[in-house]
Design a protein around this ligand. Sequence first.
Ligand SMILES: O=C(O)C(=O)C[C@]1(C(=O)O)C=C[C@@H](O)C=C1
Length: 360
Amino acid sequence: MENKKELRNWLDAFGLDHPLVIAGPCSAETEEQVLKIAHQLKDTDATVLRAGIWKPRTRPGNFEGVGALGLKWLQKAKEETGMLTTTEVANPHHVELALKHDVDILWIGARTTVSPFIIQEIADALKGTDKPVLIKNPVNPDLALWLGAVERMYTADIKNLGVIHRGFSSYEKSKYRNNPEWQIAIELQNKFPDLPLILDPSHIAGRRDIIFDLCQTALDLNFDGLMVETHWDPDNAWSDAKQQITPETLVQIMKDLKIRKEVSESEDYQNKLQNLRAKIDIADNQLIELLAKRMKISEDIGHVKKSQNVAILQTKRWNEILGKMVLEGEQVGLSEEFVLKLFKAVHQESINHQQTILDN
Ligand SMILES: O=C(O)C(=O)C[C@]1(C(=O)O)C=C[C@@H](O)C=C1
């Protein structure tokens, strides 16, 4: 599969002057709930109403969705409000029912994207449909697996495609429910700049208070749309209560977001940018030279260790360096997260250099 301008035709056809907004509850709960939220959303920037009908839950015993019955509620919501509808499909049976009930856009969840077998079954069931299909990233940070799922759809002649970035699971606790790992989305855009890319801030955040910041970061990274879990009574939602927002909050978020252009033709802008980029190029060269210099010193240490038959890993010294660098980084405005990532990569490279010396 190659990048093609046509990949974004379905999105461009909406003719929006703002990012695509998909909003609605995590789960369809009752007919009243679906219709009420649809009416509240119809005069906002939201073009598409979302609602989970079948909910994959981590552990059994939680609400697992209302099932096919909810598709009728979505249909009714569409008739009453004119909003398009979308829901998650996780097997060929879901696909059949969703197509039968004329759901406009289908999405594939993170737990499904991890399995090429299920993805292939879904692709076969969807073969030839012109409905847009949006593929969430797999739960693990694996770009090839994510793109593999997109390719399986494309090969099944499903040409209206998009991807949803919902963050990645990790064992370590962080402020996110799922870590954004923005560099994966950046890499994806590099490979497929015309494949519509939508952010799901709700599943990355797992809480309401950081949804706006995530949306702004996404727009700053040229995302094409937002899928935001929205409920008229979030605290009493049957699933994911902590991360849902009200339609009023969604309207406020859309008002406050700064929507930026990808480029500017202004001469002044071009000149300033060229100048600053020349400075970045110099700084990058210095960084590379400095890193190479550090590795040479590490190799010298490798020779000294070899002569005394000493192990490469020196945990005490390494922890001292990390602690010191985090503090120094803080003083010059570098985040702890960045300094740790950078120095862990430096340490690994340093170990690799010493390894070739000690093993030869
Ligand atoms: O100080 C050492 O012993 C080194 O080998 C250097 C170094 C480093 O790159 O800073 C590399 C490996 C050790 O685990 C600790 C530190």
